[in-house]
Design a protein around this ligand. Structure first.
Ligand SMILES: [Zn+2]
Length: 221
């Protein structure tokens, strides 16, 4: 089993760590816990995707919003802080996410050669070509599928299964692959929490195999 990882995945934004529920340094913790397990081979990701690669995937409006501080902070569920320079946000949060996208792409390429491959970061299932939200800025799966198809590594008619076991419904992936019948979505999520309302009600209908679970589901019900 090959695990793709980079120390650059970790998001440490100083004192802001304390006002956000997301553990930005969990990747290093998982890496430390598994790196010496039998059968695990760690492969360090060579380089992050560039901002241009991310922008190439986004629609015209999102291309502009990628550098809009207010929009990005909102998508990161952080308060607007006027004194916080965008360059700091980019270096501390967005660049690690571009490393994570590169990891998903590298792991997918390795998997297509018949290998058991995993990436320790990514899974930005709330992002799409048109929007960022829920601490997801770049759609790593969307960028990966597009690049693999463009490079001829994945046939357009090849079937893709996305298994999403995050607590939230993967509204970004569902919106992204709305018209792509070769992508199948299996999504287990808490039906009582974000994302809720009209857009999410529509994207939930796109899920091929849905497991909407109630808060407090203990695995035996
Ligand atoms: Zn989520």
């Amino acid at each position: 089993m090959k695990i793709f990882y980079s120390p650059h995945y970790n998001i440490d934004f100083g004192w802001l760590n304390r006002i956000h529920p997301f553990d930005g340094c969990k990747y290093a913790k998982v890496y430390a816990a598994i790196k010496d397990l039998p059968g695990v081979a760690i492969e360090e990701v060579a380089q992050a995707i560039t901002l241009d690669e991310a922008r190439e995937f986004a629609n015209d409006l999102l291309k502009l919003f990628y550098v809009n501080k207010r929009y990005i902070l909102n998508a990161l569920a952080l308060p607007y802080i006027s004194l916080l320079p965008f360059s700091y946000i980019d270096r501390k949060i967005l660049l690690p996410m571009r490393w994570a996208v590169a990891g998903t792409l590298a792991a997918a390429k390795h998997a297509l050669q018949g290998n058991n491959s995993w990436n320790l970061a990514g899974g930005y299932h709330h992002a799409s070509r048109a929007a960022c939200e829920g601490f997801c800025i770049y759609s790593d799966i969307g960028i990966t599928v597009r690049q693999l198809r463009q490079q001829g590594l994945l046939a357009a008619e090849a079937k893709i299964l996305i298994i999403d076991v995050d607590a939230h419904h993967g509204n970004g992936n569902a919106a992204l692959f709305k018209e792509d019948k070769n992508v199948f979505l299996l999504d287990a999520y808490n039906k009582d929490i974000y994302p809720q309302g009209i857009p999410a009600d529509i994207t939930k209908e796109r899920v091929n195999i849905a497991f909407p679970l109630a808060t407090g589901t203990n695995g035996h019900d």
